[in-house]
Design a protein around this ligand. Structure first.
Ligand SMILES: Nc1ncnc2c1ncn2[C@@H]1O[C@H](COP(=O)(O)OP(=O)(O)OP(=O)(O)O)[C@@H](O)[C@H]1O
Ligand SMILES: [Mg+2]
Length: 297
């Protein structure tokens, strides 16, 4: 049985070895605000039961920051993600996008908001229209980013660039449907889409859970490269506190719909205050086992 101190030292060593080319000491609080929330709450009523899935949470996500939201199953992570994405309305509280109250009251406004925020979900199948071939999936992204009038050659070059960013060969993908790809290829295609869409914010709800450890590390590596290259804000949702520590600038710990602790990754992990955070950290060897980040760096 490892002591908490031993676990922390091990985590710290790993974090230092896995830098992903990012500046670990950057102070993101000086960067412009990208997305923030005050008192954000979501209550569900089903029959006679009332569930407070997200309970008065406050958050400030800055430009270029990589934030992890960590909590166990049922803590409210996906409900919060859906509210951040504008797929679900808060029952109380307010979300701000680039310092202004977010307004997604009309279809047009929603569309505009979705130019700024995109998501990668657990199940890549749900992200694609299975009747659209892969070139049209990528072409849609170019068109959505105002590239409608670009020449065929330019569009082709952009699609090729996006594919090569994620180590996919565009020539092998043309004329295929998403369901003809492997799980790992599909995840890569998802990242290629993000590469083309260049949103301000990328929300990833445990995007790596479907694939094996080695592909996971590669996918994470690509996500982080994308962040470093484009300066997008990344919100990473996970139950793996060890992983959150390796990759994040800031961590929010979620328990029963509340943020019980939040701050810089170093502070939260090396000097945890909430008993729940301490418990998650002492569980790390169990949670962490399937991960192999030795292939990343
Ligand atoms: N549409 C809904 N109607 C009623 N209750 C819901 C609904 N969606 C979520 N809940 C409840 O809200 C709570 C939080 O669920 P949520 O899916 O946000 O958790 P999670 O942290 O994403 O869990 P996991 O790690 O398992 O994905 C749970 O108790 C869940 O049963
Ligand atoms: Mg969830």
């Amino acid at each position: 049985m490892k002591t908490d101190e031993a676990i922390k030292t091990e985590l710290q060593d790993k974090r230092e070895s896995v830098t992903f080319g990012a500046d670990r000491n950057k102070d993101f609080s000086k960067e412009p605000m990208c997305l923030s929330g005050r008192g954000v709450t979501r209550v569900f009523h089903t029959g006679k039961t009332t569930t407070v899935a997200v309970d008065h949470v406050d958050f400030d996500f800055h430009r270029g920051e990589l934030i992890s939201i960590v909590g166990e199953s049922g803590s409210g992570k996906t409900t919060l993600s859906k509210m951040l994405l504008g797929l679900l309305e808060p029952t109380e509280g307010q979300i701000f996008f680039k310092d202004k109250p977010r307004d997604i009251s009309t279809g047009q406004k929603k569309k505009e908001y979705w130019q700024g925020i995109q998501a990668i979900f657990q199940d890549p199948f749900s992200s694609y229209n299975i009747f659209h071939k892969i070139d049209s999936v990528l072409l849609d992204c170019i068109n959505m980013r105002g590239g409608k009038n670009k020449s065929k050659e330019e569009k082709f070059a952009m699609m090729k660039e996006a594919c090569s960013f994620v180590n996919l060969k565009f020539e092998e993908l043309t004329n295929k449907y998403p369901f003809e790809l492997s799980g790992g290829q599909m995840q890569r295609l998802m990242i290629a889409r993000i590469f083309l869409l260049k949103p301000d914010i990328l929300l990833a709800d445990e995007p790596t859970s479907m694939i094996d450890a080695c592909s996971r590390a590669t996918i994470l590596d690509m996500l982080l490269n994308l962040r470093n290259e484009t300066g997008m804000t990344v919100i990473f949702i996970t139950h793996d506190i060890g992983l959150a520590y390796y990759i994040s600038d800031s961590i929010y710990i979620m328990e029963h719909g509340k943020f019980v602790e939040a701050g810089k990754a170093e502070d939260v992990i090396l000097n945890p205050k909430a008993p729940y955070t301490k418990r998650l950290i002492s569980d790390v060897p169990k949670i962490h086992e399937p991960w192999d980040l030795s292939t990343v760096g």
